[in-house]
Design a protein around this ligand. Structure first.
Ligand SMILES: [Zn+2]
Length: 272
């Protein structure tokens, strides 16, 4: 009797473990897990839609990627999605201090992403500009013009990089374009993000399978999925930046909390 209790207890633990392992939130970030996420979306039979389609009244999942570190890493995600018939929007920065959009490899990567049928938006960092809304509109318009010129592709949507509160739910368009924090999006879509290299709030799988949720904006950052999955988020960035100039590392730390904490820890260890 006691033995059978022990066995059934063990089976329950194994079932629970297996169940947890299957949930997206418990999976390591790598391309295999990203493929699993693609399958979850496909199996849900939800539409994958662009931001423009959403604003025209279509419902479904908007798959968004903010490129904070590397267009060539973004290409890996774009390729995986394309190979599995999935469509998304990649937001690229013009004035990043971590990657250059003058670099031929980065231009090539973005052009390949476009050729696969994905959409492109501008990832705009308003913090580098001082001024009122008119100034922001002008500089954002200039950035859009530059990206459009570089990639021969019209930019119709903006996402803000590390937005201040005032940009979240901002009613006005910017540079006469929709942005990803417009009230129509914030209020009527469920937002889920892998910021800081983890699902801090909701599990995307649970949201996607929750039939009472009509629209989802799912934001992922390619860097978390394309660096070794046994590393912590801070270590992943350190791995990616190995050999780069100190100025680039400092800029990355300014932009990425897990990496900034990782660097602080490294400095402390050196001092002791
Ligand atoms: Zn960003």
């Amino acid at each position: 009797m006691q033995k059978s209790w022990k066995i059934s207890g063990l089976i329950r633990i194994l079932i629970l473990k297996n169940k947890n392992f299957k949930i997206m939130k418990h999976k390591k970030f790598n391309l295999a897990s990203y493929k699993y996420l693609i399958d979850v979306i496909k199996n849900s039979k939800r539409n994958l839609i662009s931001f423009n389609q959403y604003f025209l009244g279509k419902s479904g999942v908007i798959l968004r990627h903010d490129i904070d570190f590397s267009p060539t890493k973004a290409l890996e995600i774009a390729r995986l999605e394309h190979n599995h018939g999935v469509f998304s929007t990649f937001f690229v920065m013009l004035n990043s201090k971590i990657y250059s959009m003058q670099d031929a490899d980065n231009i090539k990567a973005m052009k390949s992403i476009i050729c696969m049928g994905h959409d492109i938006g501008l990832h705009f960092d308003p913090s580098v500009y001082q001024g009122d809304e008119n100034v922001l509109n002008t500089v954002c318009q200039n950035e859009c013009n530059s990206i459009e010129g570089l990639l021969s592709k019209k930019i119709e949507i903006i996402s803000f990089h590390r937005p201040e509160k005032k940009f979240i739910g901002m009613k006005n368009k910017i540079a006469n374009r929709y942005h990803s924090y417009m009230p129509e999006l914030i209020e009527k879509t469920k937002y889920c993000s892998d910021s800081e290299g983890k699902w801090r709030f909701d599990d995307p799988e649970e949201l996607i399978n929750n039939k009472s949720i009509k629209n989802i904006q799912l934001l992922t950052h390619p860097i978390w999925w394309t660096t070794p999955s046994n590393l912590s988020p801070g270590e992943k960035i350190a791995f990616f930046l190995k050999g780069q100039d100190e100025s680039v590392k400092k800029e990355a730390a300014r932009n990425c909390k897990p990496y900034s904490l990782y660097r602080e820890k490294q400095i402390q260890m050196k001092e002791t």
